[in-house]
Write a new protein. Structure first.
Length: 350
């Protein structure tokens, strides 16, 4: 019975995704994060679970006599990553499946409607375009006022040291974050939601949350976060390249974007990053704006040598942050429309 219910629920997902996906995107665009329920946001709950499991697993794997510290931390980190991502998928899937079984057996249409609304709500919670826009615009306003305020604002959304950044450094850091999070915060959640509804979107969100929490290259997480970092690389591999493509295509109507230059920079610089995914979108935005991004950056007092991305056609200015946000929304809106149209066409053919 459960297997047949899963099939029917997935069929319901496919038949309604053309309408639910735009609803998810619009809800995030209109409301963003709701402060009143922020304590129960899925990412907040995932973060608490990560911290609780990290402490417990570090104690459990503290001193096995037959393994080195590297092995212990990699194994315990892998157990954490698998556990958190599994819980993040299983819990919403179980709730939605239970509601579907009860609703179909009782013939309750309202319960099925509530199921779909809950799925849309969780999907909306997995997208972060509005939050990213708000934070980026806050940086733009702050850095336009003073460098100190800009450093403080950008420190909320980047992992690098910001105390020594000049005005251009603050702007570049923000533009890079918008470009990278166009994949992490918008394209990937939308794609995973289209493929498997809220459970798969929240699975992705858990992977991405762990990457931002425990995948640092420092003493504490160099080995513990290895598995989480690899999971994030794998999860973002396809979305990053789709995002880069849609950023290029969606830039064509805008005369202030250098579309041809973006294509050239993308093919030249898309692997100039330690991550296999981050430079995919960073190279596109560098080309669209005609600026140079990346380069050396300081993390916890240590300078990491990084190659530049893009050409130094002109100096970066605060308005580039707004243009990066425009690119994010233009590309993600087109992507959402394309996915909805495709699903509607496939359902019509079926």
């Amino acid at each position: 019975m459960i297997l047949s219910s899963v099939r029917l629920l997935f069929a319901l997902h496919l038949s309604t995704i053309a309408f639910r996906l735009p609803a998810v995107f619009l809800l995030d665009s209109i409301f963003g994060e709701i402060p009143a329920i922020s304590s129960f946001h899925p990412v907040v709950l995932m973060g608490r679970l990560v911290r609780a499991l990290e402490g417990a697993l570090r104690r459990v794997f503290r001193c096995p006599p037959c393994s080195s510290r590297i092995v212990r931390e990699r194994v315990s980190g892998a157990v954490l990553a698998v556990s958190v991502s599994a819980v993040s998928f299983i819990v919403p899937a179980a709730v939605l499946l239970s509601a579907f079984i009860v609703g179909t057996r009782a013939g309750s249409l309202p319960l099925l409607v509530i199921l779909l609304l809950l799925d849309v709500f969780w999907g909306y919670q997995s997208v972060a375009a509005r939050c990213l826009r708000d934070e980026a615009e806050n940086v733009r306003r702050a850095v336009s006022s003073s460098v100190g305020e800009g450093r403080s604002a950008v420190s909320r959304i980047v992992g690098r040291d910001t105390a020594c950044l000049d005005k251009s450094g603050v702007v570049r850091a923000c533009v890079e974050t918008v470009a990278e999070n166009t994949t992490d915060g918008v394209f990937a959640p939308l794609l995973f939601y289209a493929l498997g509804g809220a459970p798969l979107a929240l699975f992705y969100k858990a992977v991405n949350t762990m990457d931002s929490m425990i995948a640092y290259k420092n003493e504490r997480y160099a080995f513990f976060g290895t598995f989480a970092a690899r999971m994030d690389d794998a999860a973002n591999f396809v979305p990053a390249r789709i995002a880069a493509l849609f950023m290029i295509v969606s830039s064509v109507p805008f005369r202030f974007f250098g579309t041809a230059r973006a294509v050239r920079i993308f093919f030249r610089d898309r692997y100039r990053h330690a991550s296999p995914n981050s430079a995919q979108t960073e190279s596109v935005i560098a080309g669209l704006l005609g600026v140079r991004l990346a380069g050396d950056a300081s993390y916890e007092g240590k300078v990491e040598r990084k190659p530049f991305i893009g050409d130094d056609v002109r100096a970066v200015v605060p308005h580039d942050i707004t243009l990066a946000v425009v690119s994010m929304y233009a590309s993600s809106s087109l992507f959402c429309a394309a996915l909805s149209a495709l699903s509607f066409f496939l359902e019509f053919r079926r």
